[in-house]
Design a binder for this molecule. Structure first.
Ligand SMILES: *Cc1c(COP(=O)(O)O)cnc(C)c1O
Length: 400
């Protein structure tokens, strides 16, 4: 049964676990214990539900994309509108839940890693709301690419610390955040941003994001009187996807597909499709599928969308993929950009480039399905943040 996973040490079968230095075992254990109690505490769950409703803007809509459906000529397409949440994506669900955990543990300071700045922005907003001190680690390269998000975080009172090690991107920012946590865990909670890392993070983030499928299940039953035939979501670390799939894992009639970044090609350094080009290994806290060379060196990655651009995938996805419960596909940069344009034109909705990967797969899938079948796409975030980048990728030059 899906809720039996992970075991008490964070194992999803052969994947997951807690591969961390000795100094992190104590804060990880403290967090696991706190979460275990919070999970069973109705007052905690009620406070979380109220925050999601009153601050994040839940429930999000389940939207029937009629023009897109007609255009593709196959399954009826529904979009789960996580793009309509406060701060623009599903990441606020997890950030708010983890603020409640920080409060419960008596921490007055939170830290987080961020790549493109989406998780940093959600964490900065949630920390401001809770009156907590907030430090965001971000690679220097990413800070240059995402100057607007850096300023957004600063406006909300967060300190953004540049990380200058290695490639100066997300992987190095995660290392820096863990280093801070080792030194300051008495006062500080580490708000990890996806269903990844050492136990209990993949469990906590999955539970907080599973509100997506709890809602979509009720909504589609109300709208159609039955479950969807297929659910599609993009996969970076895996948090929006596991959240969108969770309530359907025990429903064999519902197909589930995670869509990774196919980048320019499935060749080393050109993509981030871990299931297509990776093998099992350990990176930043857990055993999972990783893009690595023959010597185990982590390969470079590429994607048009920063949020999918990571060399490893959440361990729960690896587990369900190996057992055939979650299918994996990838969408190339070009296919994602086409899907981005299509949704803008057909529905007046600007999807995030990450979400556009899920859409790209849906565009290919829908015509192979019957009109009486239901295809649910998780629209993880909005594309306002991507407009400039998308214009450039499509060869247009917009002045800012
Ligand atoms: C961060 C992000 C993702 C990828 O992260 P997951 O943990 O895999 O969900 C996907 N979509 C959007 C809009 C994001 O901001």
């Amino acid at each position: 049964m899906r809720t039996d996973l992970p075991d008490s040490r964070g194992h999803f079968g052969e994947f997951g676990g807690a591969f961390a230095p000795e100094t992190l075992m104590t804060p990880l254990a403290e967090l696991a214990e706190c979460y275990d109690a919070a999970k069973r505490d109705p007052a905690f769950q009620a406070e979380f539900a109220a925050l999601l409703r009153d601050y994040a803007g839940r429930p999000t809509l389940l939207y029937s994309a009629d023009r897109l459906t007609a255009r593709l000529g196959g399954a009826k397409i529904y979009l789960k509108r996580e793009d309509m949440l406060h701060t623009g994506a599903h990441k606020i669900n997890n950030a708010l839940g983890q603020m409640l955990l920080a409060k419960r543990m008596g921490k007055r300071r939170v830290i987080a890693e961020t790549g493109a700045g989406q998780h940093g922005t959600a964490t900065a907003a949630a920390a401001a709301k809770f009156g907590l001190e907030c430090v965001i680690y971000m690679g220097e390269t990413d800070m240059e690419r995402q100057a607007l998000n850096v300023y957004r975080m600063r406006l909300m009172g967060a300190e953004v610390r540049p990380v200058t090690a290695g490639q100066r991107t997300l992987k190095e920012a995660v290392n820096e955040a863990f280093r801070d946590w080792v030194a300051n865990s008495r006062t500080t909670h580490y708000v990890l941003g996806t269903a990844y890392g050492a136990h209990p993070f993949p469990l906590i983030v999955r539970d907080f994001q599973s509100v997506i499928s709890k809602e979509s299940r009720e909504q589609i039953l109300r709208a159609e009187g039955r479950l969807p035939d297929h659910v599609v979501a993009c996969v970076g670390g895996g948090s929006n996807a596991i959240g969108a799939f969770f309530e359907y894992l025990d429903e064999p009639s519902v197909a589930l597909t995670g869509v990774e970044a196919g980048g320019r090609a499935i060749a080393p350094g050109e993509h981030a499709a871990r299931m297509a080009g990776g093998r099992p290994g350990v990176l930043q806290g857990c055993m999972t599928y990783i893009l690595q060379d023959a010597e185990g060196q982590i390969e470079g990655t590429h994607s048009v969308s920063a949020g999918l651009d990571y060399a490893a995938v959440g361990p729960e996805h690896a587990y369900y993929w190996k057992r055939g419960r979650i299918n994996f596909a990838y969408a190339t940069d070009a296919a994602a950009l086409d899907a981005f344009k299509l949704l803008c034109r057909e529905e007046g909705i600007l999807p995030a480039l990450e979400s556009s990967h899920a859409l790209a797969h849906a565009v290919a899938l829908a015509p192979t399905m019957r009109p009486d079948q239901l295809l649910l796409v998780n629209l993880s975030g909005r594309g306002d943040k991507d407009v400039w980048h998308a214009a450039r990728a499509m060869g247009e030059n917009i002045a800012l």
